[in-house]
Design a protein around this ligand. Structure first.
Ligand code: 5AD
Ligand code: SF4
Length: 427
């Protein structure tokens, strides 16, 4: 989501006539987009912001802005902490950045905009970093109403708002006409699209509309919530030719007790049942997930249940995190805090086991022929191309021609830890 927002503001500024520079010391404007989902990300952003003050001393005309979730959370206090800061914008206030920059340039004022109810309903044709690209994100909603007890997102991105389907469709068509072959729909909770505002279509209907766009080879979405995964959505995986066989479905814990404390609204059994039904409809589906260790009250036996769960489900990949206490959230008041060392131990055990599962999953693809959407040149060897399988796994293979944007058949010769190695079959 942050990458998408950064692309949006870059494009707003490019449209205004600004240019991008790869050298920070040449920049007239530096905008730091920030994430507050865990403390570490927030700390990194603030350290980076602090370091810019020496640059600003050398270049007093430079404008420095902090935007995104940390900006929303810390607000005006950032001006006290960083005297060199000119601009603070919450995630829902980024769309008028050009206007704010002009005001700062004219009058030397400092601007802080934090309206958390502001409409994100602007499709400024601004996700324009599409030139020369094959894949793109497309934001379909903003905010979250779920209030998981560990999560700061509802407090910094505000209430859930869905963008109108017509605008999404137009934007998707625009992207495809600019060379995009694969679109990933993004939102905090995409499968509740249009549910809160009783709008139409709902998420499966939106997928159907987008599937009809000629030239759109692949459609993906992230992130969805297990509690809102409808039968109709599962059916889409059997029906829509562009919808890729991959879902990212965060489980967060394998213990019902912890899931309840987290306010997730499902049990381990109901999660497994969703997975079983999706796998029945689309046996080749790749499944990835998120999991938190060391949530307050997580005992050894709860953690063991998380380990058992990853064993049972066999995720293709898992993003796992140590619980990080976040402002405003309910869990800050929960008893049973898990000590830092123990959180680290649990994380290491979990990650080690998942690494083995991921490798075995990748090795299981050896010998198969995969359809790969070529995204460009690989990083390692000069004749190497890179792309992704329908299940979203990176494949590197040798190719003499520039196949960017083409769907090609690749035979997988080796499953590695983070990617697959393949051989081109035909063009
Ligand atoms: N601590 C640790 N991980 C968190 N996540 C969200 N909030 C926290 C937190 N306070 C994780 C969840 C979510 C992912 C994006 O980040 O697993 O799915
Ligand atoms: Fe955070 Fe839960 Fe919303 Fe995801 S669903 S953004 S974890 S509150």
């Amino acid at each position: 989501m942050n990458k998408y927002d950064s692309g949006t503001i870059s494009q707003i500024l490019l449209n205004k006539g600004y240019e991008q520079t790869p050298h920070i010391q040449d920049a007239h404007i530096i905008i730091i987009n920030t994430c507050s989902v865990r403390e570490k990300a927030e700390a990194k952003a603030l350290t980076f912001t602090g370091r810019l003050s020496s640059l600003k001393r050398l270049r007093p005309d430079m404008i420095v802005g902090v935007i995104g979730c940390v900006a929303q959370e810390k607000g005006m206090s950032l001006f006290q902490r960083f005297p060199s800061l000119d601009l603070v914008l919450g995630p829902r206030n980024i769309y008028r950045i050009d206007e704010y920059l002009s005001r700062i340039q004219r009058g030397g004022e400092r601007i802080c905009a934090l309206d958390i109810a502001a409409d994100p309903l602007l499709f400024p044709r601004y996700n324009g970093h599409v030139r020369g690209k094959v894949t793109s994100f497309l934001k379909i909603m903003e905010g979250c109403d779920n209030f998981c007890s560990y999560c700061v997102v509802p407090y910094v991105r505000g209430r859930e708002r869905s963008l109108p389907a017509k605008e999404i469709f137009d934007e998707a068509t625009h992207l495809v006409s600019n060379g995009i072959k694969e679109i990933t729909l993004i939102g905090q909770n995409v499968n509740s699209y249009n549910i809160r505002n009783s709008g139409s279509p709902k998420f499966p209907g939106l997928l159907r509309q987008l599937d009809s766009i000629t030239g759109l080879m692949r459609l993906r979405f992230t992130t969805s919530h297990p509690k809102d995964f409808s039968e109709e959505l599962i059916d889409c995986f059997g029906e829509l030719s562009s919808l890729c066989p991959h879902i990212h479905l965060p489980i967060q814990s394998g213990s019902d007790k912890v899931l309840q404390l987290m306010n997730r609204g499902y049990t381990k059994e109901s999660y497994i049942s969703v997975i079983e039904r999706i796998r029945k409809t689309r046996p080749d589906i790749a499944i990835t997930s998120d999991l938190i260790v060391g949530f307050p009250g997580e005992m050894d036996e709860d953690f063991e249940e998380s380990l058992q769960l990853i064993e049972e489900i066999q995720f293709d990949n898992l993003f796992s995190f140590k619980y990080s206490e976040r402002p405003h959230t309910k869990a800050t008041q929960f008893p049973g805090k898990v000590e830092g060392k123990e959180k680290q131990r649990r994380l290491s055990v979990l990650q080690e086991r998942q690494r083995e599962i991921t490798l075995l999953k990748n090795m299981a693809l050896e010998g198969t022929i995969q359809e790969v959407l070529v995204e460009g040149a690989g990083k390692r060897e000069s004749d190497q191309s890179t792309g992704r399988t329908p299940g979203n796994k990176v494949v590197n293979f040798s190719a003499k021609d520039d196949l960017k944007g083409h769907l090609v058949k690749v035979r997988i010769v080796k499953g590695l830890q983070n990617s697959l190695l393949g051989e081109l079959r035909d063009i």
